[in-house]
Design a protein around this ligand. Structure first.
Ligand code: URP
Ligand code: ZN
Length: 467
C-alpha cells in the first residue's frame, strides 16, 4: 500500500476525530485508529496536525481573456498555486462563443487545460448564446459529458437578458443541471459609469460606486425570482451584498434550492480598499462592499445560508491594473479600463482555516464550505470532497501552530502582486496530496504540469434537504 497518514485529527464537514488514513492507488483505502504501518511504502506522522479533504475551488478564471489582456495565471501556474494553498480541484469557466455548441466549447478549453493542470479540474459552462438554433439543446450534451453546471452573466457586453437566463434555468431543471449567476444590474451600472466619467470621477472608488450594494442586490433579487419562477436550482456566485444575502436567506427559508457562494475577499475587505493609493489593485466584480454587507455575508457563513466559499481567482499584473491611470495606448485611463479580478487561488483554505483557528467558525464548517458542499453541488461527491473510504486521496495536512504571513514572493502563481500581501495567518497547510501524490510540502511545489485530470461530474438533483 502506498501511504499511511498516522496520528492526525481528521476533519469532516460534521466532526473531528483521531484516526489514521491509508491510501492506495490514489484512493482512500481505510480509516482506522492505530493502524499497523507495516506494508506501507510511506508513513507520515501527522501528530498535532489536522487531516482535511483538499479544497475544491468552485470559481476560477485561469487564462481568461478579459479587458484587453489575459489573466496572469494559466492552467499550470494557477493550479500549481492552488495546490500550495491546499486546493486539489478547481472549477474553471469556459466562455461559450456566439453560435458555439457548448460541448465543443468545453472540449476547446479542455485541450488547453489538460496539458497544463497540475491538479484535477472541471468546468462550468458560461452561456452567452441560447438564441442560435441548437444552442440550448447542447446543454444536454454537456451534462452527458460530465459537466452539469452552467453560468450566466447579467452584466458585461456578453451578459444575457432575463429571457435567456430564464430559458437556461428551465433547461437546467429539465436535464439535472445547476445554473450559476454573476448578478449585477448591467443597465444601471452603465448609466452610473457614464455619469461618473462625465463628472471626471475616474479612480477605483467609482468602480465600487457604479457597482454599489443595490446594483448587485437588485440583480440578486431578480435572479432569485427568476429561479423561483422556473422552479430551478440557482447558485449565486461571489455574493457580496446584504440585500442579496437577505433574498437568498428568505428563498431558502421558503425551501427553494437557492445557494450562495462568497469569496474570502468579501469576508476580509470592505469598499474602503478603493480609497487606498493602489485601490485599483482591488478592482474586481462585484467589488468589495460596505461593512453592513460584510457583516451580512459573515452571518451567512456562520448560519448556513452561504453554501460555498470559492476564490474567483482572476489576477492581473500591476502594469495592467495601472491601465486605470494610463491605458495601453498611452491615453488617460479610468476605473473602466482596469481589468477586473484579483489573485486568491492560494489563499482560500489558509484564510478560512485561520479564521477557524481563531474561533470565528469551526474547522468542520470550513471543510463544508470549501470542499464538501462544492463537491455535492457540482456533482463530484462520489469522487471528492471528504475524507472517506473510496474517495480520491485529495488530502491536506494542516499545522494549526504554523504562523504564516502572505507575501507575493511566497506564493506559487505567476502574479506580480497580491491583495493579500502582509496578511498574518494562524496555521497553514504543510502538505497537499492529489490522488495520493504529494504535490506540496513545507512551502515547496512538488507536482508537475499536466498531472491533473478532468473530473466528470454526475447529473444533479436537488430534491433532498438544502445544503
Ligand atoms: O473581477 C472578476 N470577477 N473578474 C473575472 C470576470 C468576472 O467578472 O467573473
Ligand atoms: Zn468570476
Amino acid at each position: 500500500m502506498d501511504l499511511l497518514i498516522k496520528n492526525g485529527t481528521i476533519v469532516t464537514a460534521k466532526e473531528m476525530y483521531q484516526a489514521d488514513v491509508a491510501v492506495d492507488k490514489g484512493k482512500i483505502f481505510r480509516i482506522q485508529q492505530n493502524m499497523d504501518p507495516a506494508g506501507f511504502d510511506e508513513v507520515v506522522d501527522a501528530e498535532g496536525k489536522l487531516v482535511l479533504p483538499g479544497a475544491i475551488d468552485g470559481h476560477t478564471h485561469l487564462f481568461l481573456e478579459f479587458g484587453g489582456t489575459i489573466s496572469s495565471d494559466d492552467y499550470y501556474t494557477g493550479t500549481r498555486s492552488a495546490a500550495c494553498g491546499g486546493t486539489t480541484t478547481v472549477f474553471d469557466f469556459v466562455n461559450q462563443a456566439h453560435a458555439e455548441n457548448m460541448l465543443d466549447a468545453i472540449k476547446r478549453r479542455d485541450a488547453i487545460a489538460s496539458k497544463d493542470c497540475a491538479i484535477d479540474y472541471s468546468f462550468h459552462l458560461a452561456v452567452s448564446d441560447v438564441i442560435t438554433e441548437g444552442m440550448i439543446e447542447s446543454m444536454q450534451e454537456c451534462v452527458d459529458y460530465g459537466i452539469p453546471s452552467f453560468k450566466v452573466f447579467m452584466v458585461y457586453d456578453y451578459g444575457v437578458d432575463d429571457g435567456s437566463f430564464y430559458k437556461v434555468l428551465l433547461k437546467a431543471r429539465e436535464i439535472g443541471a445547476i445554473v450559476g449567476v454573476h448578478a449585477e444590474n448591467k443597465y444601471v451600472n452603465n448609466v452610473l459609469i457614464e455619469k461618473y466619467l462625465s463628472e471626471g470621477k475616474t479612480d477605483a472608488w467609482w468602480h465600487y460606486m457604479a457597482k454599489n450594494e443595490m446594483v448587485e442586490g437588485e440583480a440578486d433579487v431578480r435572479a432569485v425570482n427568476l429561479a423561483k419562477m422556473a422552479g430551478a436550482p440557482l447558485y449565486i456566485a461571489h455574493l457580496a451584498d446584504e440585500m442579496g444575502m437577505k433574498a437568498v436567506t428568505e428563498a431558502r427559508n421558503e425551501g427553494y434550492p437557492i445557494f450562495a457562494e462568497t469569496c474570502p475577499q468579501y469576508l476580509h475587505f470592505t469598499s474602503e480598499v478603493y480609497k487606498r493609493e493602489r485601490g485599483r489593485d482591488f478592482v474586481c466584480s462585484p467589488p468589495m462592499k460596505n461593512q453592513a454587507s460584510q457583516d451580512a455575508i459573515w452571518g451567512g457563513v456562520k448560519n448556513g445560508n452561504i453554501t460555498v466559499v470559492a476564490t474567483d481567482h482572476c489576477p492581473f499584473s500591476k502594469a495592467e491594473k495601472d491601465w486605470g491611470i494610463t491605458k495601453k495606448d498611452g491615453t488617460p485611463g479610468n476605473f473602466t479600463t482596469i481589468p477586473n479580478g484579483c489573485a486568491g487561488i492560494e489563499n482560500m483554505y489558509p484564510y478560512m482555516l485561520s479564521e477557524a483557528n481563531q474561533g470565528r467558525i469551526s474547522f468542520s464548517r470550513v471543510v463544508e464550505l470549501c470542499s464538501t458542499n462544492p463537491s455535492k453541488l457540482f456533482g463530484l461527491d462520489d469522487q471528492k470532497g471528504a475524507i472517506r473510504v473510496g474517495l480520491d486521496a485529495d488530502i491536506v495536512i494542516y499545522d494549526p501552530e504554523k504562523d504564516f504571513t502572505v507575501t507575493n514572493s511566497a506564493m506559487h502563481g505567476a502574479t506580480d502582486h497580491t491583495i493579500w500581501e502582509g496578511l498574518h495567518l494562524k496555521g497553514y497547510p504543510v502538505a497537499t496530496y492529489s490522488r495520493g501524490n504529494l504535490v506540496f510540502k513545507d512551502g515547496e511545489f512538488l507536482g508537475g504540469r499536466g498531472q491533473g485530470r478532468l473530473v466528470r461530474c454526475h447529473k444533479l438533483s436537488f430534491n433532498g434537504p438544502l445544503l
